[in-house]
Design a protein around this ligand. Structure first.
Ligand SMILES: Nc1ncnc2c1ncn2[C@@H]1O[C@H](COP(=O)(O)OP(=O)(O)OP(=O)(O)O)[C@@H](O)[C@H]1O
Length: 237
């Protein structure tokens, strides 16, 4: 069992004069951990904090015992944002070759990353002509180039059809089985059951933490959306 990949302590983040994260305490270990919550609740801000690109007002964030954003972590963390981070005018293979050179990894790793996201057959296609789901898999392949120990994925399945979503979740579990800690955000509650562990977020705070079945049981709800609503109601009562 992996020791905690990430430790967040008393984290406070202010953006635009508004306290977006409020005294967060989270530990993230192995497996697939989902961060679920409504739009604007602070998911991207938390992910930015984990990878070290967010200014913190207070608290600490460490990954593998090292301060988030510190140099030795760069090889160990893969981060995929919602915005596509690959070149539309290059082919899939050219993108991978380019980023492999920048990151100093070999061709074998580039090929392995492409295979991992199941884009071997699209390798000669120009990225700008791929579907949204294929394009996000190219970004994911780039993030996999250095075989990260921690993968931070910000809403990777947004806008994808159900088949692609299912395939991507299967890939996250495969990566977790191979030893990576996978931290995935979503605002789609029906993705909850695909996670080993769930963090439900609302208004900059974690309001529930457990496996999907634990969270359902605790609230007596049949699904995570109802559980979320029950927790919110209890919270404001
Ligand atoms: N660049 C910014 N400057 C100021 N405030 C910001 C900035 N980016 C985000 N915010 C604010 O921070 C809060 C949290 O935003 P964040 O992007 O972390 O939410 P989110 O849960 O990821 O939302 P979504 O699901 O829509 O991506 C929001 O209230 C948003 O208005």
């Amino acid at each position: 069992m992996m020791k905690n990949a990430v430790e967040v302590r008393d984290l406070v983040v202010v953006r635009g004069g508004h306290e977006v994260l409020r005294n967060l305490d989270i530990s993230i270990g192995g497996g697939v951990t989902g961060l679920l919550g409504p739009s604007g609740c602070g998911k991207s801000t938390l992910m930015r904090s984990l990878v070290g690109v967010q200014q913190l007002r207070a608290g600490t964030v460490t990954a593998f015992g090292l301060e988030a954003g510190s140099r030795p972590l760069r090889d160990r963390i893969g981060y995929v944002t919602q915005a596509a981070s690959v070149y539309d005018d290059l082919t899939v293979a050219e993108n991978l070759t380019f980023f492999a050179r920048v990151l100093g990894v070999g061709r074998a790793e580039a090929d392995a990353s492409l295979e991992a996201v199941d884009l071997g057959q699209q390798r000669e296609q120009v990225v700008g002509r791929l579907s949204g789901g294929q394009r996000s898999r190219v970004s994911l392949a780039v993030a996999l180039l250095r075989k990260p120990d921690l993968l931070v994925l910000d809403e990777p399945t947004v806008g994808l059809d159900p088949v692609l979503r299912r395939d991507l979740w299967a890939l996250f579990h495969r990566l977790a089985d191979e030893g990576a800690a996978v931290f995935v955000s979503s605002h789609v509650m029906d993705e909850a059951d695909r996670c080993d562990r769930l963090l439900l977020m609302r208004d900059g705070r974690i309001i529930a933490d457990g496996s999907p079945s634990e969270i359902r049981q605790k609230t007596g709800a049949d699904d995570i959306e109802s559980a979320f609503l029950a927790i919110v109601e209890e919270d404001v009562a």
